[in-house]
Design a protein around this ligand. Structure first.
Ligand code: HEC
Length: 269
């Protein structure tokens, strides 16, 4: 569905980040513009990496760049962030964003490519065709993962045209849509964020292609739970002309968690 379009996230930074978020004292976020750091020679020493099958190019590539963890370790102040309560947000030159938890970054240590060293014409970046058919260059930065289980571009961000990295506590990143007073609904929130938030908002945070799912009233006051699950599985069964796509990547347990989250947000927070 949303594979490898620009930054492969469809949530514009302005739609999601910082909107509606009240700053809690002691909660700060960090922002780094990679192009500026490069000019100031503040990036870690570059090294080479060979990816046997890069998902953007669909073939073996050699990049020069640095491991993100080396960059984080060079910052004095990132250790104030609690890894499993923090998002690392990748902002691309077109303003689109993708994100993943800091804990996952520390565990899997992605690589930020600064140069393409396998460009056939010796240029800085080999051009590549996007899903949309457009021929683009991934410059200025392209982040890749080396682990086999991170090759899934649906679950892991592979941002190209990457420009800025932000480290943001979950509560600040997702403002009112984040279930900050409950530990139970965190997983449902992240499933919602990854699969629904590009089109739907909760508490006014998120995309606006589909309706807000927490207002004007709890979605579960209008829908039977079972009916809702069937609709999300295959929206065209209920509404033949719907613009909402079937959720191909979610199982029943995931859908239950998303609906628990929506129910909770519709009632409590
Ligand atoms: C590509 C955009 C898109 C995505 C992704 C998407 N939806 Fe939708 N959704 C829509 C649109 C547009 C509608 C509006 C009604 C229609 O076209 O049927 C809608 C309608 C709905 C409705 C009915 C709302 C109402 O007021 O009756 C629910 C519930 C819903 N979506 C839940 C979800 C959930 C949960 C997910 C994630 C698993 C999701 N949607 C993912 C676009 C999307």
């Amino acid at each position: 569905m949303y594979v490898l379009e620009a930054c492969h996230s469809h949530i514009r930074k302005d739609d999601v980040l910082h909107k509606n978020s009240e700053s809690t004292p002691g909660q700060v976020s960090l922002s780094f513009v990679l192009t500026e750091l490069k000019e100031q020679n503040k990036l870690p020493t570059l090294q080479r990496l060979t990816l046997p099958k890069d998902p953007l190019y669909g073939k073996s590539k050699v990049f020069e760049g640095f491991y993100l963890k080396d960059f984080l370790d060079s910052l004095v102040n990132y250790k104030i962030f609690v890894p499993n309560q923090t998002q690392v947000i990748f902002i691309c030159t077109d303003g689109y964003t993708s994100s993943i938890g800091l804990a996952e970054i520390l565990a899997k240590n992605p690589f930020v490519a600064v140069h393409d060293r396998s460009s056939p014409d010796g240029g800085d970046w080999e051009k590549v065709r996007e899903q949309t058919g457009k021929l683009i260059s991934p410059k200025p930065f392209y982040m890749v993962w080396t682990q086999p289980d991170a090759q899934n571009v649906r679950e892991y961000p592979w941002p190209y045209n990457l420009m800025t990295i932000e480290i943001v506590p979950n509560q600040l990143a997702y403002g009112a849509s984040y279930p900050k007073n409950s530990k139970t609904y965190g997983e449902g929130f992240f499933l919602f964020k990854n699969n629904c938030m590009s089109c739907h908002s909760v508490k006014n945070v998120g995309g606006n292609i589909g309706p807000d799912l927490s207002a004007p009233n709890n979605i579960l006051s209008r829908w039977e739970r079972k009916e809702l699950i069937n609709f999300i599985k295959d929206p065209t069964k209920l509404r033949p002309n719907t613009k909402m796509p079937a959720s191909r990547y979610l199982n029943d347990a995931d859908l239950d968690k998303i609906i628990d989250y929506l129910d909770y947000m519709g009632k409590k927070e």
